[in-house]
Design a protein around this ligand. Structure first.
Ligand SMILES: Cc1cc2nc3c(=O)[nH]c(=O)nc-3n(C[C@H](O)[C@H](O)[C@H](O)COP(=O)(O)OP(=O)(O)OC[C@H]3O[C@@H](n4cnc5c(N)ncnc54)[C@H](O)[C@@H]3O)c2cc1C
Length: 412
């Protein structure tokens, strides 16, 4: 059995950021990765994906984007390259091709069993990703067997889908991008819309993420918000990462011919049912966007930015009056596939430490669990709004690495 002070599970941006911070604190450690560094970006993203966050927002401890296009959006291959270069920049001790099979608490720390031998470690950092396993509604199992079903992590390009109509369920970042791409490939698309966050790509001449960064929205911590559980359940941003910086929202998709429906609520053989909530959800998203635009304008006026940015742009509500279909008959309409862009959940079947809550999520306070030396990193809003982003995980990693180093000193 090999021994170390810290085992980091996962070789994505979170695991690497933690490794870099542990190295700086002289903590002996290893990063165990079942695939290769940045595995999810290699094997669970579609071909045309670009980061939603502009290049200048790719900042990790001791490393940042330094290329010629700070306002551009990295392609998925460039993200892999970026993270590989990060790992090389500090010779991260990553053991690739090593799957963690179990973690259990033992005298003096944790025993980590892998398919390539066991480790004894004083501490463990779980960095296996917020976007882990597709969260598909249970009623998907009631859909007729001849309808192809897949999650965005299995989707690569439209040609992979059978000819015919496509139902995309979920209108957050992944859902709107896939609906647009699949529709552009010539397939009729129905988009089932649930709760979503409508955003313009550019406002007053600046990327919307520039505004959110400048206003400190991404830095808001769990102490800053009224109810962290509500903030953690916010849908992802309805943004697209195209080089023309066009806005992709429901009005744009509707104009292109995508049919909008309410939230998908059930399926029965060849029928899919939708709630009568499309008008309510679009109105709610508009109300939130109107508040944000107002907040930006006040911020720009207060900070003297008004002179440097474009003039305030009138907010155009969607005002969509059509509730959409109550149900569709997939056979009658020629719908041959369904893409479930309905989010993610996390599974920890290998975690034998009793740290999961009733929903199977790790109980933690800012990444620190009740079990000394056991940490989690990279979850959405772990410590602050940007915790699961490339630009946000670094600060959490620094704070948790300091906590971990303190734990090792106490245990010594
Ligand atoms: C479609 C999509 C687009 C996104 N776009 C952006 C964006 O534009 N900007 C941004 O900042 N963020 C974006 N994100 C969010 C976030 O940056 C990614 O989810 C990112 O992959 C999270 O990195 P991570 O290191 O926390 O987790 P992951 O990248 O998921 O890494 C976890 C690693 O753990 C490994 N692992 C899992 N289980 C085990 C095990 N048992 N043993 C060993 N290894 C294991 C996995 O193979 C994986 O490599 C996006 C997410 C998605 C899904």
């Amino acid at each position: 059995m090999r021994r170390t002070e810290a085992v980091v599970i996962g070789g994505g941006q979170a695991g690497l950021a933690m490794s870099r911070c542990l190295a700086e604190s002289d903590v002996d450690h290893v990063v165990l990765e079942r695939g290769r560094v940045a595995e999810r970006w290699r094997s669970e993203r579609w071909d045309s994906l670009r980061l939603l966050t502009p290049n200048w927002q790719s900042r990790l401890p001791g490393f940042r984007y330094q290329g010629p296009d700070p306002d551009g959006y990295m392609r998925v291959g460039e993200v892999v390259d970026f993270l590989e270069r990060y790992a090389r920049s500090f010779a991260a001790p990553v053991e690739e091709g090593t799957t963690v099979l179990s973690v259990e608490a033992v005298e003096g720390g944790y025993r980590v069993e892998t398919d390539r031998g066991a480790w004894q470690s004083a501490s463990v950092v779980i960095a296996t990703g917020h976007c882990d396993t597709p969260l598909v509604p249970a009623f998907a199992a009631s859909l007729a067997a001849d309808v192809v079903q897949l999650a965005p992590s299995q989707y690569r390009h439209p040609d992979q889908l059978p000819a015919g109509g496509v139902l995309v369920v979920g209108a957050s970042a992944s859902g709107v991008q896939l609906a647009d791409e699949i529709h552009a490939s010539g397939r009729p698309v129905t988009l089932a819309v649930g709760r979503h966050t409508r955003l313009p790509r550019v406002y007053r001449g600046r990327d919307i993420l520039w505004w959110l960064d400048a206003m400190g929205v991404f830095d808001e911590s769990v102490e800053d918000v009224f109810d962290p559980a509500v903030s953690r359940s916010q849908p992802s941003l309805q943004l697209v990462d195209r080089s023309d910086r066009a806005t992709l929202d429901l009005p744009a998709l509707r104009d292109r011919g995508v049919r909008l429906a309410g939230r998908a609520t059930g399926a029965d053989g060849g029928r899919v049912l939708f709630a009568d909530d499309l008008v309510a959800y679009t109105a709610a998203a508009d109300a939130r966007l109107a508040r944000l635009v107002q907040r930006i304008d006040i911020f720009a006026a207060r900070t003297g930015l008004d002179a440097d940015v474009g003039p305030p742009e009138p907010f155009r509500p969607f005002l969509w009056p059509d509730p959409g279909p109550a149900e569709v008959d997939v056979r009658a309409e020629g719908i041959r596939s369904v893409v479930w862009a309905t989010g993610f959940r996390r599974l920890y079947p290998w975690l034998k430490v009793p740290v999961l809550d009733g929903r199977g999520e790790i109980r933690h306070e800012g990444g620190v669990t009740a079990f000394p030396g056991l940490y989690v990193l990279g979850l959405y809003f772990l410590r602050r709004r940007k915790s699961s982003f490339i630009d946000g995980v670094g600060r959490d990693a620094m704070e948790l690495a300091a906590h971990l180093a303190g734990h090792l000193r106490l245990a010594a």
